[in-house]
Design a protein around this ligand. Structure first.
Ligand SMILES: Cc1ncc(COP(=O)(O)O)c(C=O)c1O
Length: 401
């Protein structure tokens, strides 16, 4: 049967790249392509105890409808934590619980854009958000980045010429995929440009608390004193992604509409897991848990970076991030990483070509992303050694394009 699909979905196809990434489903493949937290980082015993007590003591609350804003104790605890940890939350702000940060991006797009409006993404950016934007028939533009984050001149060149820019989407800290962190100076400059050219900033910060080295840098939201920044956070990377709990902190006028959008979308986030998360925040020590997770990931990052230094050819540049879950690598000038990723897959190691993270994934890119949080230590060593050999073979047998 031939189904008549919406224009919006017709334009969204499973790309060739996605096919390439399917190799990671083979259990014999060492997957550096995922972006998952380590399963051993989940606080399973505490969650099990809390879950059992909710089933026993408050089943009717857990199984009943809740409110679209989110379970009130979780909202309160998250609001308090944001203020204490990140100095986020002015008098005009409010918070809504959403079904993961991903929904935060979708709802923000739904309520702030009309078809053909412009949304600006970093180049590269998170594929889940790019796809959310694409599904709203927007004009997506890429802004250049360097090691310090968004290049302000590149952003200004776009917003000067385009009066339909609704928001800039940025992941300023330990960016997915590049691992980069925007400097404080750049954050201030970006906010200044947002004021000058009157656009909003959608700040996505799922990795902010996973810092292994270097100094904390204030979020853009904490620098915002007029409600120009919509801040999206998540418990996915510090507790567990399967519970699907994220949150948005923004001006109360935005949140008021967001509540309606949320109601239309899925009524409210899973009530049971909102209760579990609230009780975890109340009774357990999330800060200590995060310290343990940081230690686990720092060791994995150091191990992977050490192996890269040992096994990769010198001409492949890699960037060791101060936090997050990803390492970003760059082939010498002119090489395309697509062929490399295919060859690596054949040798049972999966990595992600940089193209995936571009608004236009047809453009040639010599970058690729490696994840260090999911593979075991043993597989990190084995996989990087294999990849080193694959890189040497690839660079020897291919010419820059
Ligand atoms: C930058 C970024 N934003 C958002 C998300 C989605 O997170 P959540 O699980 O909270 O929906 C991810 C997940 O990998 C991510 O990397």
């Amino acid at each position: 049967m031939k189904y008549l699909l919406s224009d919006r979905m017709q334009g969204m196809e499973a790309s060739a790249i996605r096919e390439l990434l399917k190799v990671a489903q083979d259990p014999t493949v060492i997957a550096f392509s995922a972006g998952n937290p380590a399963p051993e980082s989940f606080p399973i015993a505490e969650m099990a105890e809390i879950s059992a007590s909710i089933y026993k003591n408050s089943p009717s609350k857990a199984f009943q409808y809740g409110i679209s804003e989110g379970y009130p104790p979780l909202r309160e605890l998250t609001t308090k934590r944001l203020k204490e940890k990140l100095n986020i939350g002015k008098d005009f702000d409010q918070l809504i619980i959403v079904s993961g940060a991903q929904q935060g991006m979708e709802l923000s797009t739904k309520m702030l854009t009309n078809p053909k409006d412009t949304v600006i993404c970093e180049s590269p950016s998170f594929i889940g958000s790019i796809n959310a934007f694409k599904s709203y028939d927007l004009n997506l533009k890429s802004v250049e980045m360097d090691e310090m984050g968004i290049v302000p001149e590149s952003l200004e060149a776009i917003v000067k010429e385009d009066n339909r820019v609704r928001f800039l989407y940025t992941i300023p800290t330990f960016q997915n995929p590049s691992g980069r962190t925007m400097t404080l100076e750049r954050r201030k400059k970006i906010l200044e440009l947002a004021r000058k050219y009157d656009f909003l900033i959608l700040e996505d910060n799922p990795y902010g608390e996973l810092r292994y080295t270097g100094e904390e840098i204030p979020t853009i939201k904490s620098l915002d004193d007029e409600g120009r920044v919509i801040y999206v956070g998540s418990y996915s990377k510090v507790l567990a992604p399967g519970i699907r709990i994220g949150f948005i902190c923004a001006h109360k006028d935005i949140i008021a509409k967001m509540v309606i959008a949320k109601q239309v979308s899925d009524v409210h986030t899973n009530q049971f897991f909102m209760m579990v998360a609230a009780e975890y925040l109340e009774k357990c020590d999330l800060d200590q848990h995060i310290l343990n997770v940081r230690k686990l990931y720092k060791n994995k990052l150091d191990l992977m970076a050490g192996c890269i230094e040992k096994y990769f050819p010198e001409e492949v540049i890699f960037h060791k991030p101060d936090g997050g879950l990803f390492l970003w690598c760059q082939l010498p000038e002119g090489y395309d990483a697509m062929g490399l990723c295919k060859l690596a897959g054949e040798k049972k190691v999966s990595i992600v070509p940089g193209r995936v993270f571009e608004v236009d994934d047809k453009e040639i890119s010599g970058t690729f992303r490696m994840n260090f949080s999911t593979p075991s230590d043993e597989n990190i060593v084995k996989g990087v050694e294999i990849l080193g050999a694959v890189l040497k073979e690839y660079l020897k047998n291919n010419k820059p394009v």
